[in-house]
Design a binder for this molecule. Structure first.
Ligand SMILES: C[S@@+](CC[C@H](N)C(=O)[O-])C[C@H]1O[C@@H](n2cnc3c(N)ncnc32)[C@H](O)[C@@H]1O
Length: 263
């Protein structure tokens, strides 16, 4: 299952925008948590499943003496990252590979970060073992992901009656929305010790609903047209649009961060 099967549902550009928004939302709190968990300037870092590279970009910008390798199997996302990060030449490397068939050198990295990747992996334990292999002794892994049981809060809860839409999507894409709760077991089975677990909260009263949901460039005319083809989806889009424009809306997102140490 390629990641493009997942993002083709919305299109490459929309996905790049979505990932950029998601990185910006979490960056400040995730960065301070990663530093708390052992991330330091000067480290050799692997961004596993780096996508279009926005998280790597923040790392390169904020840790001026670090080096970052981006591992990403999707050619389109990788090409975007290469263009976007060209000014960091000398500090950045690109590997267009899957974690399962990678050519990364053993015991090479001080820190591995993997954000919102494990929910898409068919064999997360194999990935955990690979991370263990490429980390130096004493190196740290930090896996960031979410879980449907603790993903957050939305008021109004527009998805309350639409859980089947997410369920169908999960089946179609083999998307694992319960991975957050399992991260520490996955790291343990990969060989890691020194386990730790943190959470980062993002609140719409601070960042704005638009920053979380994105601008919805959908007109009432679009919704009217869609309602002839798919009335349920049209209703959901209308609710989302109303939700984004209402000042009473509350959305809280929880990003989970699991840490492991080699050794
Ligand atoms: C939701 S995106 C997250 C991208 C990036 N980490 C971020 O935070 O913006 C998930 C990424 O995991 C990558 N991925 C999926 N399967 C992978 C695998 N087997 N090995 C490495 N990366 C993988 C996808 O190609 C995609 O870029």
């Amino acid at each position: 299952m390629n990641y493009s099967n997942f993002y083709n549902l919305i299109g490459l550009n929309q996905e790049i925008n979505r990932l950029q928004r998601q990185v910006s939302l979490g960056w400040e709190k995730e960065f301070r948590t990663l530093k708390w968990l052992g991330l330091n300037d000067g480290m050799n870092i692997l961004d596993l499943g780096a996508g279009p590279g926005f998280f790597s970009e923040h790392l390169l910008e904020n840790l001026p003496n670090c080096k970052v390798t981006l591992l990403e199997p999707d050619a389109d996302l990788m090409n975007f990252a290469k263009d976007n990060l060209s000014k960091y030449e000398g500090r950045v490397k690109f590997k267009e590979e899957s974690v399962y068939n990678n050519t990364l050198q053993e015991e090479k990295y001080d820190f591995v970060v993997s954000r919102f990747v494990f929910q898409h992996l068919e064999d997360p334990i194999a990935a955990s073992k690979e991370i263990y292999r490429v980390l130096k002794y004493g190196g740290i892994v930090s896996v960031i992901d979410s879980d449907r049981g603790i993903w957050g809060i939305s008021e109004p809860d527009i998805l309350k009656n639409e859980r089947n839409i997410l369920g169908r999507l999960e089946k179609k894409t083999r998307w694992n929305r319960e991975v957050g709760r399992k991260l520490l077991k996955i790291l343990k089975l990969g060989g890691f010790n020194g386990l730790d677990f943190e959470a980062v909260a993002i609140h719409s009263d601070i960042v704005g609903v638009n920053s979380i949901a994105g601008e919805m460039n959908i007109t009432n005319e679009d919704i009217k047209n869609l309602s002839r083809i798919n009335p349920k989806l049209a209703q959901l889009l209308k609710q989302s649009k109303d939700m984004i424009s209402s000042k009473n809306t509350i959305v809280i997102l929880i990003n989970l961060i699991a840490k492991g140490v080699k050794g």
